[in-house]
Design a protein around this ligand. Structure first.
Ligand code: NCD
Length: 309
């Protein structure tokens, strides 16, 4: 039996290097199959999604991933239109949607929500973002993008810039990178430094430098992972306004980077990367979206097929 079969995907911490590499190999396989072969992988299977927070990118990514391997999706993408407004509990909503589905995808505002939902669901559950805690499938997409675009992960110098306090993609990415030999520079305003409750574990595994100064790292980086300031997670607007626009990656910055450095972003982008960067060979954030669809298809494929694909 394949080791991913019917398993929840709650945290990237459950993926060691070997598991990550297996998913990357299967992603490559999916990319090489022709569309009709691909559609056999999850033919007739249903993905049920519950999004308690706004999301277009991740939901579309799961939708298109499932469609590409022959499955279909249904679910609730807007809490305002669901029974939650009538007072239905998360547990009941999860149980209800799991009746219609073979696999569940949950995004929720609360840390711990996915672990809780996985306990009440009798179908495997995939965490598509739990509060400020984790976003494991995004990390797998990000790591795969690095591997494809830089031909390796070990040995890379990676800058992660922006909102390191509230950005859940950053936590999952750091734990994922902990499986590799990388040099990570964490660049943020003082008030948005990585949360100290999470740094202990991450620092056991990773060589980290924390700084507010992006300029002095630019020329060394192979990858610059840019994140949005998570406005909606700030306790008050005043604090947000103080850090808004702290770092904007434009052509001026790009000129000071290695010629083959790549710029990544989990999206949505607000103003932290200027549009002028989009047409450069370094901008890989839309390619990252494409890889995200294929990595999710690989994850769904192994979760739903006892003998893999
Ligand atoms: C991220 C998220 O939801 O955490 N978006 C995504 O899933 N692509 C990043 C963000 O919202 O800034």
């Amino acid at each position: 039996m394949n080791e991913f079969y019917q398993k929840d995907i709650i945290s990237i911490k459950d993926f060691d290097k070997e598991k990550l590499e297996k998913i990357f190999t299967l992603t490559e396989k999916i990319m090489q199959l022709n569309p009709s072969e691909r559609r056999e992988i999850c033919k007739g299977k249903t993905l049920g999604y519950l999004f308690y927070e706004p999301s277009t990118r991740t939901r579309l990514s799961f939708d298109s991933a499932m469609a590409s391997i022959g499955g279909n999706s249904l679910g609730i993408s807007n809490v305002a239109s669901s029974s939650t407004q009538k007072g239905e509990s998360l547990a009941d909503t999860v149980r209800m949607i799991s009746i219609y589905s073979d696999v569940l995808v949950l995004r929720h505002t609360l840390d711990g929500s996915s672990r809780f939902a996985a306990e009440v669901s009798d179908k495997p559950l995939i965490n598509a973002g739990s509060g400020t805690e984790e976003h494991p499938t995004q990390a797998i997409q990000d790591l795969f993008t690095m591997k494809k675009e830089k031909k390796k992960i070990d040995g890379l110098k990676i800058g992660i810039v922006g909102d390191l306090k509230y950005g859940r993609t950053v936590y999952s990415l750091l734990h994922g990178l902990g499986n590799y030999d990388v040099d990570v520079r964490l660049i943020s305003p003082e008030s948005l430094r990585i949360r100290s409750d999470s740094t202990y574990e991450i620092k056991q595994k990773l060589d980290l430098t924390e700084t507010t100064n992006i300029e002095e790292h630019l020329d060394e980086l192979d990858v610059l992972y840019v994140t949005r300031i998570q406005k909606e997670r700030f306790p008050d607007e005043e604090e947000y306004l103080k850090v808004k626009g702290s770092y904007v990656v434009g052509l001026d910055m790009l000129k000071r980077m290695k010629d083959d450095a790549i710029i990544l972003h989990p999206l949505p982008r607000i103003d932290e990367i200027s549009a002028e960067v989009d047409n450069t060979k370094n901008a890989k954030y839309f390619k990252q979206v494409e890889y995200g669809m294929h990595t999710r298809a690989a994850l769904l494929g192994v979760t739903l097929n006892e003998n893999g694909f």
